[in-house]
Design a protein around this ligand. Structure first.
Ligand code: BDR
Ligand code: CA
Length: 330
């Protein structure tokens, strides 16, 4: 089994990433950590505890991470995104809704509590104790991971690779090279991308290429177990919210499930059908482009190829994996 740590900010697609990881016989999930991103830290932590308990993963520790980016305020909004929302009459509260996980009501009597030690220390403990190098799967802003690398540089050899959701090369969401997770904490992204560790970047290029549809949701629902029914309800809501929050993308009855891609690539590397190593520079010193993943895909600058950018995956194989993982959880 591949030992992994998942660092997340649930979020519907983070929820799917967790279900996929827990439901996969190929992974040994050692720890789940939370970070402020989609919503404030308390909210994403509550969502994480709810999902993990509901899918029967009470034995896996959850540790709480950073409540804001390294340098910048939490929840700063890209002015261009705000303007596009206004111009297109998009729904408010974004893709994940008010709770960060709208579309399902979890039972209130959840006994699962976060660990007393914080995310970065717990990650370090897992790395120290693990006999084999551990794969990190960040699906939120990279704040916790950057701090881990700064606080415990001697543990870098214990990290096998970083399979992350974030960034974009050619897919334009608002402006070139801009994606939410890297935008939220540009300084942390820069630290991680310059760490010298192997990085697989599952950004918008791949996540908007492998879309789920209504049939995928119905297959999940037909599994019939409680985790799959929860996933199906949440994916219904996410599809509606995503497509109405980002109307300019013109998506109907299909939707990306970003964070799950970074997990799928660890479980089944053969699902990746198109990827390339390249130099990716992180902008931190401008204004409009801070957090941008400037991908030198034509190798014009001849910089160090620090990132493997994933462009495409086998969609039916990806959906099969998701549906099977739902069935394998509680
Ligand atoms: C990323 O932003 C979040 O809203 C999602 O959970 C995902 O991690 C996509 O840009
Ligand atoms: Ca996320």
């Amino acid at each position: 089994k591949i030992p992994v740590i998942i660092d997340c900010d649930p979020g519907h697609d983070d929820m799917m990433a967790l279900v996929l990881a827990i439901g996969s016989p190929a992974l040994d999930v050692k720890l789940v950590t939370t970070v402020a991103g989609n919503k404030p830290l308390e909210m994403v932590t509550r969502n994480c505890l709810n999902v993990m308990h509901y899918i029967g993963a009470d034995d896996i520790p959850i540790a709480v991470g950073c409540d804001s980016p390294l340098v910048r305020p939490q929840n700063h909004v890209d002015p261009l995104l705000a303007e596009m929302r206004r111009n297109t009459g998009a729904i408010s509260e974004g893709a994940h809704g008010k709770s960060g996980l709208d579309g399902f009501t979890f039972p209130e009597d959840n006994p699962k509590k976060p660990e007393e030690i914080r995310a970065v220390e717990y990650m370090a403990k897992i790395l120290k104790e693990s006999e084999e190098p551990v794969t990190l799967i960040p699906t939120g802003p990279l704040t916790n991971v950057a701090l881990l690398l700064k606080c415990y540089p001697d543990l870098k050899p214990k990290i096998k690779k970083i399979s992350m959701m974030g960034g974009t090369c050619k897919f334009v969401f608002t402006r070139k090279y801009m994606e939410f997770n890297t935008f939220v904490d540009p300084e942390a992204t820069k630290i991680v991308f310059e760490s010298g560790l192997p990085i697989d970047m599952y950004g918008y290029d791949v996540t908007y290429s492998v879309l789920y549809d209504k049939e995928a949701i119905e297959r999940m629902r037909r599994n019939g177990n409680q985790s799959s029914l929860m996933v199906a309800d949440l994916l219904d809501t996410f599809m509606y919210r995503h497509n109405h929050a980002f109307r300019w993308l013109g998506l109907t009855d299909v939707c990306p499930i970003h964070d799950a891609c970074a997990v799928a690539g660890v479980i089944a590397p053969d699902l990746v059908t198109e990827a390339a190593y390249m130099h990716v520079d992180i902008q931190t010193d401008g204004k409009l482009f801070d957090g941008a993943t400037v991908c030198d895909y034509e190798d014009i600058l001849g910089g160090e190829k620090n990132v493997r950018v994933i462009f495409n995956m086998n969609t039916p194989g990806f959906i099969d994996l998701l549906v099977r993982s739902g069935a394998a959880c509680k």
